[in-house]
Design a protein around this ligand. Structure first.
Ligand SMILES: Nc1nc2c(ncn2[C@@H]2O[C@H](COP(=O)(O)OP(=O)(O)OP(=O)(O)O)[C@@H](O)[C@H]2O)c(=O)[nH]1
Ligand SMILES: [Mg+2]
Length: 377
């Protein structure tokens, strides 16, 4: 597949900062013998934070980010001085991004609202300086806490676009054409299969200044769950759409069978997709005359609302928008949660060990804090 600007999968090695060590130090000043413990606390290590930004549409800005490291906390020092906190690293992602563990595929979190922030990896807490450990019986504690270690993890970020309606159909069904006539989107349209290689989004204007978002995804074919065609990987972009618009062209040999194949492929990907509200549009119906339409109506699947449309002739589109709007706003149809399938973890070009070799130098252990003991009496 050609290089594209639409990146919906990235794998990044992330590491939070370790906590700075607490200081073990005793106050020393002329004429103040045995000044007592005054070692300050270490700073907190930087967090790795995910933040949703509605102005981003893809993960392309992270495509070449192989690793993201937060800063380490500084060590505490004398005079109860705190070490500086390590720098947090915030990874901005589009709304609709889901994070998984990059090795096990375990689901970690998802971001669904603009501005939402989630700490992905916590920075280590700084250690307490020896000042904290002074007691009535031990006024000269000779120890301070080390900082907490950092955390590291390989993370997979997957984008699942947030749209209200997802288009499902075989290649050439006229999905992109529909999107181009009901919205301002300009997807590529052509009379060959797999014209659309990445999802397109469009905002559909509805009456009274209302609008909804429609997602056109690449066509799927029978056997897509076994990897045929472009496979099913784009189906995740309709996982969160409350309504699915199935499209089968009027010149299909068997509309009912085509619809059932599509349903079956969806079920193979995630059975929860079948819980969504569905509408079936018979596209390209400008190719039909009344007689043929009446014939076809007899053999349509019964369990789903159907509508004849033509993007070219502009027929049925207003009724279609009405049906979609009604379905989107149907309260019984709200999805609250979905179970995310484990992502297919793609093997990156480099192994973890190679990655570690690339990393910049960092101190393994905090340097021992200087220790002064005032012997003068
Ligand atoms: N007659 C007629 N042709 C149409 C209509 N809608 C789309 N087409 C034609 O059908 C062909 C395929 O249209 P696309 O919109 O690219 O189909 P698609 O479903 O997006 O296909 P993929 O991106 O390959 O999955 C194009 O040649 C369109 O001109 C229609 O309403 N009537
Ligand atoms: Mg298309």
């Amino acid at each position: 597949m050609a290089e594209s600007n639409f990146v919906d999968y990235v794998k990044i090695f992330c590491r939070s900062g370790k906590g700075g060590a607490g200081s073990m130090h005793f106050h020393r000043e002329k004429y103040i013998p045995k000044g007592g413990p005054d070692g300050g606390d270490g700073g907190r290590g930087g967090h790795i934070i995910l933040k949703a930004n509605k102005n981003l549409w893809t993960l392309i800005h992270l495509k070449y980010a192989r690793h993201i490291f937060a800063g380490n906390g500084e060590n505490g020092s004398r005079s109860r001085s705190f070490g500086k906190n390590g720098e947090d690293k915030t990874i901005e992602v589009p709304v609709g991004t889901v994070a998984f563990d990059g090795d096990t595929g375990e689901y970690l979190c998802e971001l669904t609202e603009h501005g939402q922030e989630i700490i992905l990896l916590k920075g280590g807490r700084g250690g307490l300086g020896n000042w904290h450990f002074r007691t009535a019986t031990n006024q000269a504690p000779h120890y301070a806490q080390p900082g907490e270690p950092m955390q590291e993890r390989s993370i997979v970020l997957e984008l699942k676009v947030l749209a209200d309606v997802g288009l499902v159909g075989f290649p050439n069904a006229g999905k992109s054409t529909l999107l181009s006539v009901v919205s301002a989107a300009k997807p590529e349209i052509a009379n060959y299969p797999f014209t659309t290689l990445v999802p397109n989004l469009g905002i559909v204007a509805y009456r009274d200044n209302r609008s909804f978002c429609m997602a056109d995804i690449p066509g799927i074919i029978e056997g897509a769950h076994e990897g045929k065609g472009l496979g099913l990987r784009f189906l995740r972009h309709i996982e969160r759409n409350p309504v699915l618009l199935f499209m089968v062209p009027a010149d299909s040999d068997n509309i009912r069978r085509e619809y059932e194949i599509l349903l079956n492929e969806l079920a193979q990907f995630n059975p929860e997709l079948l819980d969504k509200k569905r509408i079936l549009a018979i596209s390209k119906s400008d190719m039909l005359d009344e007689e043929l339409t009446a014939e076809l109506k007899k053999e349509l699947p019964e369990a789903v609302k159907t509508i004849f449309i033509s993007s070219v002739a502009g027929t049925g589109l207003t009724e279609l928008k009405d049906l979609l709007w009604e379905a989107i706003n149907d309260e019984t149809n709200r999805i609250t949660t979905i179970t995310h399938r484990k992502p297919e973890i793609r093997i990156s070009e480099k192994t973890n060990d190679e990655r570690l070799d690339d990393e910049e130098e960092w101190d393994d252990e905090p340097e021992d804090e200087e220790f002064f003991w005032d012997n003068e009496e």
